[in-house]
Every structure is written in structure tokens, then in C-alpha cells.
Design a protein around this ligand. Structure first.
Ligand code: ADP
Length: 203
């Protein structure tokens, strides 16, 4: 009997990691994914920005890392995500956006979700060349008001941190047979169709 319940849960909840470098289009595509699949959006960047605006203790701690284009320490991010998951256990599923960003975070997420019999269904990775990423971030910086979108050296730091610390997370999911790469330049709707196909293949 308990086996049946376990099976049901793990089949029903759709947990997607949306992956890609800064500027790859994760925010744009996650809005469309949420709408189509009715998932709970868990964007660590958005959560941190909310803490920054509200001036919470966590926000004060995170601010210096974020504005320099560095990663917030793993323990801080993992604690914040765990709280958010625990508050939303009845959701249809989660879309993780901007998390996990290090292999340590990916391992922690697996441990958290596996303990609840709610594993990651798959990772969708948006792939965009570096020059285009920089162009998009500079463009967004004109209106986003984000300190980390505005200065060339901060943008370069974020992209370097992505290649050094975050890209290995793709290997982590490839090794579990849960990885789909999608080319992220082109029509937004065309890219979304391919993301949808990838998500449907995880179910
Ligand atoms: P981007 O637009 O670069 O993809 P996000 O909006 O996802 O960035 O995040 C902005 C900043 O918040 C990051 O540069 C980093 O400082 C911090 N941050 C967000 N998610 C994480 C994470 N999972 N681990 C560590 N730091 C994070």
C-alpha cells in the first residue's frame, strides 16, 4: 500500500530545473512554463531580490555577493529553498530557476526531494553564446534597475562564475539521464515549443 502512494506521488509532481547562463532567457521562458504546466516558480534570484528590497537580514547578507556578481554561499541558498519547498508541498510541481547553481546545491536538492519521494523530473538547459548573453544583459540593464546588470566587470564576473561553478551542474543531471539542451536563440515561442517537448518527454 505504501508503495502505491510513493509511486503515485513521484509520478504526479513535475519538478523541472530550468538551467542556463545569465541572460539565457530563463525568466521569459519560466513564465510560459508556469502558465502551461501550473507549476510553482522558485527563482532564487527573485527571492533574493525580494529580500534585498525588504531589507531583511538575509537580504543584507546576500546584497554584497549579488551586486558583485558572485554567488551567495550555498548554505544560505539551500536553507532558503528548503523553506520554500516545505511551504508548498501541495503544488503540482516546481520549476527551479537559477537553482541549483553549484554541484553542492544540486546534491542538497536531490537529498531534500528524494527524502519526500518527489524527485527532479528533468533539467532543461538553454544554450546561448557568450556574446549574445552579454548583449542581452546590457540591454536589460537599461531598464531592470539591477546593479549586477549594469557594469561590464560585474557582467563578466557572472558569466565566468557560471562557467566555473554552475556548468558542472549540467553534468550532474546528464549522469542521471535527466538532461535536455535547447538552443536559446530564435523566436521565443519556437524555443518554448521545444522546451514543452522536453518537459513532456520527462513525464
Ligand atoms: P541571472 O540573471 O544572472 O541569471 P539571477 O536573477 O538568477 O541571475 O540571480 C542574481 C544573483 O543572485 C546571482 O548573480 C547570485 O549573486 C544570486 N543567486 C541567485 N541564485 C543563486 C544560487 N542558486 N546560488 C548562489 N547565488 C545565487
Amino acid at each position: 500500500m505504501s508503495f502505491c502512494i510513493y509511486h503515485f506521488n513521484s509520478q504526479e509532481m513535475l519538478n523541472i530545473v530550468l538551467f542556463g547562463p545569465p541572460g539565457a532567457g530563463k525568466g521569459t521562458q519560466s513564465e510560459k512554463i508556469i502558465e502551461k504546466y501550473n507549476l510553482l516558480h522558485l527563482s532564487t534570484g527573485d527571492l533574493f531580490r525580494k529580500h534585498l528590497t525588504e531589507g531583511t537580514e538575509l537580504g543584507v547578507l546576500a546584497k554584497r555577493y549579488i551586486n558583485e556578481g558572485m554567488l551567495v554561499p550555498d548554505a544560505v541558498v539551500i536553507g532558503m529553498v528548503e523553506d520554500k519547498i516545505n511551504e508548498n508541498l501541495t503544488a503540482n510541481g516546481f520549476i527551479f530557476d537559477g537553482f541549483p547553481r553549484t554541484v553542492t546545491q544540486a546534491e542538497a536538492l536531490d537529498n531534500m526531494l528524494n527524502a519526500k519521494n518527489l524527485p527532479i523530473s528533468g533539467m532543461v538547459a538553454l544554450e546561448v553564446e557568450e556574446e549574445e548573453l552579454k548583449r542581452r544583459i546590457r540591454e536589460r540593464g537599461k531598464t531592470s534597475g539591477r546593479a549586477d546588470d549594469q557594469e561590464e566587470d560585474k557582467i563578466n564576473t557572472r558569466i565566468k562564475v557560471y562557467y566555473d561553478e554552475t556548468l558542472p551542474v549540467a553534468e550532474f543531471y546528464k549522469n542521471q539521464g535527466k538532461f535536455k539542451g535547447i538552443y536559446g536563440i530564435g523566436e521565443i515561442d519556437y524555443i518554448f515549443e521545444q522546451i514543452s517537448d522536453a518537459i513532456d518527454s520527462f513525464r
